[in-house]
Design a protein around this ligand. Sequence first.
Ligand code: ADP
Length: 331
Amino acid sequence: MKSKYTIATLGSHSALQILRGGKDEGFKTIVVCKKEHCQIYRYFRVADKVLEIHSYDEFPTVEDELLKENAILVPHASLIAYMSLDAVGKIRVPYYGNRRILLWESDRDRQRKWLEKAGLNLPRVYEDPDEIDGLCIVKFQGAKGGQGYFLARSSEEFRQKIGALKDYSIQEYVVGIPVYIHYFYSVIRGELELMGFDRRYESNVDAISRIPAGLQEGIDVTYTIVGNFPLFLRESLLPEVFKMGQRVVEASREVCEPGIFGPFCLETVVTPDLKFYVFEISARIVAGTNVFMEGSPYAYLKHGIPMTTGRRIALEIREAIEQGRLKEILG
Ligand code: ADP
């Protein structure tokens, strides 16, 4: 039954993991990618078919072929970043996940409302730069992977650094260690799963401790993501991790029926008193899950086999097909 269906995704971000996961669960796989990216999907033999496009705007031109192959499209951050929300809304190929939740993820105010409803600790937001009374981080809408973000301690420093740049948000900078939590909510099993944790490797902020403090003056830090590290969390923190994830799922049902399902990530900073501050939510698979290509310790404990987030998605689709419940996981 499942072999009648195909798992498809765009060739970028976590496509290797998604396609390999599809194959591991017995699906045919298709990758849609720009010419210059095709080679790696052929090299790793994760795609049965590679559909070339010149630009992401051309995605609609391959939709008939995807429909013919009974494809189910698995989204990731690049799909959402390279195609507009509007274009994603118009995709005709069956889409894994609730695409309306992206409206809540992509709008800063709505996202905050959702996380507040979930009762999570959030960093303070400065609506007016004149309110700045401590260390803050300045972020830009649509900034790719932390590039250009900067820190400031006062409104004067903020003004000097912001120049003519617009569309920023100013958040309290929480001093602690970053922990990115990978969840998976299964509609078919009605259960929240913990897939793993990562931390990021960012240039140049992660380079600053390699320079003696006395020589750091004049170096402005920024947060351009370069890679990710796996992380194993103190076991006593796990109950809190589950509680936060569960509350996010419940609050999502109130703001955007039927709520969030499939993979999502809470981006947090943990302070020395072991409090989690959530500064962002990603409402789909995150690239940090790529560090667990052979399965994370938590997914192994749960499933007894190396289970990546990509494979977990395919398993969910397989179980939905087998139980005649596919409609429940498309959105
Ligand atoms: P992106 O928009 O690329 O997801 P993030 O919002 O994840 O960027 O932030 C980039 C970096 O800034 C991360 O290392 C994160 O840990 C750090 N960061 C973001 N917000 C805060 C905050 N409020 N306090 C401390 N660090 C933060």
